[in-house]
Ligand binder design. Structure first.
Ligand code: BTN
Length: 247
């Protein structure tokens, strides 16, 4: 598969880059919306995502997969791993992933991903939005940090986006066949700080506590609860015991 023809559209201000790309979900794969500032930035589970102008990488990417809707989490894995590699290339910072959608450093949130699916008939589009704290440490009520706080470096959002798109290009073809998806899952497992942690999985109607033992072929989290492995496709995860930074 040849590298994606990325089409980056840059906005000084927009409501939400995810909403913008979602409205253009019929277009070809490779549309990227990048914003300096969002007036209605959206997070997971209907939360807001706020960041001062030019303090963060705020972007959304359109993919057109030949996959089942159940494999949405694999796109999250693809973009999260690519963001992690891009950050390491630009700043040397070692970042771990926290299932389902966060990048963390020493337990503090550095970035979050919001993935959405649009389907019309046979055609399927996946939009993955990324918010990376570059010079802003995140809201006070969330244990969070920034690349600046961690490394002393000020990275421009566009510089990070360019490397991120290269990293996605180097992995994108993996999603097109079963063997590639297996390789991506292996990289995902190695990067996930959640594995081998005692976790609390919080869903809208119930909370479960157990040991995170892996992810399945769709990227769902496997948690051992009283000797039985349960599978979670969604949910907020709390790492119950503080852990060493995962490498
Ligand atoms: C989360 O951790 O809750 C996910 C946050 C995702 C935020 C990004 S910022 C760019 C893109 N546009 C949005 O409105 N949200 C995502």
């Amino acid at each position: 598969m040849s590298p994606t023809l990325w089409r980056v559209e840059h906005f000084d201000e927009i409501d939400s880059t995810n909403t913008y790309v979602k409205d253009r979900a019929h277009e070809a794969e490779g549309l990227v919306a990048l914003a300096d500032f969002q007036t209605v930035g959206r997070g997971r589970l209907d939360r807001h995502w706020e960041a001062p102008a030019r303090s963060s990488l705020l972007c959304s990417i359109l993919f057109r997969p030949v996959l089942e809707t159940t494999q949405l989490q694999l796109f999250v894995a693809l973009v999260a791993l690519s963001t992690r590699s891009a950050l390491e290339r630009l700043s040397g910072l070692r970042v771990a992933l926290k299932w389902p959608n966060d990048l963390v450093v020493g337990g503090d949130k550095l970035a979050g991903l919001l993935a959405e699916i649009v389907s019309s008939g046979e055609a399927l589009a996946v939009i993955v939005g990324i918010g990376v704290n570059l010079t802003y440490d995140g809201p006070a009520d969330v244990a969070s940090s920034s690349v600046l706080a961690q490394t002393g470096l000020t990275i421009a959002p566009r510089a990070l986006l360019d490397i991120l798109l290269e990293e996605i290009d180097s992995r994108r073809a993996l999603l097109d066949d079963q063997r590639g998806r297996g390789a991506l899952r292996d990289e995902y497992l190695r990067a996930l700080a959640t594995i081998d942690q005692q976790v609390r999985v919080e869903q809208s109607d119930h909370v479960v506590e157990g040991l995170a033992v892996g992810v399945d072929h769709e990227g769902r989290l496997l948690v051992e609860v009283e000797g039985e492995v349960q599978t979670f496709a969604v949910g907020d995860v709390v790492h119950v015991r503080a852990h060493e930074d995962h490498r």
